[in-house]
Design a protein around this ligand. Structure first.
Ligand code: ADP
Length: 409
């Protein structure tokens, strides 16, 4: 064949492939990338649980794992060693459950321990082939999991699917991973991929005994960073030992532990995705700005001593902090935070940084009340030394009885 004929044949092949890719992607309503700046922050766990949560909502979902070097979706869903079938022209994804189909590069690698050297153009070729040939059929959502960072895989996918609906970015609260998230956000902005929001994973620890959330490290860094970067914050997922157990057993966490705080947090994370389909759960709202938080959701702190509301604000052992949906009279979340060291002016700053906008206390000095007011926190004093949850329930029902200020120093 002459060189010209060769070129013509190649360009025809490229046009046909692009059309096939466009046709395939045209059957998928929403394409979502799940990214993280660093490895080990729980990105694949979040991607898998987003996919399962959406499938449990009755959506038709595909989960695509594009990690060449450490595909973890097959392990997370107990699909290791499975091989997708092919009809000679297309590859059929594995049916995981009602409404959820899965495809992973891991299914195509001969041996997961094989040291395969993949170079950028080669990866691009395989990803293009996956996007073109995997026959998902009609889907509501395709959730795409990537290796950490902003390398060849997300770049290829974002370039190959021009109408990408958005990216969910996963981080942990530590500064180190937060800096990398900023790179992810800028990467999305350069490629015109809307950032749906940031998820702070491994934020606080669920106590295996009492199931309360203990803040072993600082939390809230992801939320603050999201605000700084002008992107929505989708919620905090606590460290829950049951997530590790479920992952190790290849069971989807949200399916088996649907009543946990972490599963509720996942339900919050998928809200903007469900909104794309005109669906959203009434009780759970995403928090995208300070203003929205004040209107819909309230963060209420109660000083606690020996399990009860502390009559003396300055002498409490810890704070019980409740996420409350006042409109629907619902407690959405709860965490306990040990009281910070005594330093002048520290408490208002500390509570404001945690997003607290209401304090219910027994007693508090007028000067302290003024400092809280300056930080935008409303204070109710005179509550009795009750169980904090009871106090919140009374508050939500406008039935909280406030006596005199039990402390004024
Ligand atoms: P990444 O994809 O970012 O590399 P993985 O999703 O593979 O991270 O998660 C790394 C490890 O952390 C896994 O063992 C997983 O079970 C665990 N993990 C992820 N999120 C949580 C969490 N919220 N609580 C407890 N363990 C978690």
């Amino acid at each position: 064949m002459s060189e010209e004929k060769n070129k013509a044949a190649e360009s025809l092949k490229a046009i046909t492939e692009s059309k096939e890719l466009a046709d395939r992607m045209g059957k998928i309503k929403h394409k979502i990338m799940v990214l993280s700046g660093k490895g080990g922050v729980g990105k694949s766990t979040v991607a898998a649980n987003i996919a399962v949560t959406l499938a449990l909502e009755g959506e038709k979902v595909g989960l695509l794992d594009t990690d060449f070097h450490g595909p973890s979706i097959p392990t997370l869903l107990n699909l290791e060693g499975r091989h997708p079938e092919s009809d000679g022209k297309t590859i059929l994804p594995i049916d995981f459950s009602e409404g959820l189909k899965v495809m992973s590069i891991g299914f195509l690698l001969q041996n997961k321990d094989d040291a395969v050297i993949w170079r950028g153009p080669m990866k691009m070729k395989v990803i293009k082939q996956l996007l073109t040939e995997v026959n998902w059929g009609d889907l509501d959502y395709l959730i795409i999991d990537f290796p950490p960072g902003t390398g060849d895989e997300p770049l290829s996918v974002a370039q190959l699917i021009p109408g990408m609906d958005g990216a969910v970015i996963v981080t942990t609260p530590q500064n180190l991973s937060l800096n990398d998230v900023k790179k992810c956000i800028n990467f999305c902005r350069q490629l015109n991929v809307p950032v749906l929001g940031v998820v702070e994973n491994m934020s606080g620890l669920v106590c295996p005994n009492c199931k309360m959330i203990i803040n072993v490290f600082k939390t809230g860094g992801g939320e603050k960073m999201a605000e700084e970067m002008g992107v929505p914050f989708l919620g905090k997922i606590p460290i829950d030992p049951q997530i590790v157990e479920a992952s190790d057993n290849g069971e989807p966490f949200v399916y088996h532990y649907g009543k946990t705080e972490a599963a509720k947090a996942f339900a919050g994370v998928v809200q903007p995705l469900l909104q794309m389909e005109g669906k959203a759960e009434s009780g759970i709202k995403t928090v995208s700005s300070k203003e929205e938080k004040k209107e819909g959701m309230h963060k209420i702190a109660i000083p606690v001593v020996e399990g009860h509301l502390s009559a003396h604000f300055g002498h409490c052992e810890e704070f019980s902090i409740f996420d409350v949906d006042l409109e629907n009279k619902k407690i959405i979340g709860q965490e306990k935070a040990p009281s910070p060291p005594h330093e002048p002016g520290l408490l208002p700053r500390w509570l404001a940084e945690k997003g607290v906008n209401v304090i219910i206390a027994g007693g508090m000095g007028t000067q302290a009340q003024q400092l809280f007011a300056e930080s935008g926190i409303t204070v109710s004093v005179g509550a009795s030394a009750d169980d904090p949850e009871k106090v919140i329930i009374s508050y939500m029902n406008n039935a909280l009885e406030l006596g005199g200020n039990t402390c004024d120093h």
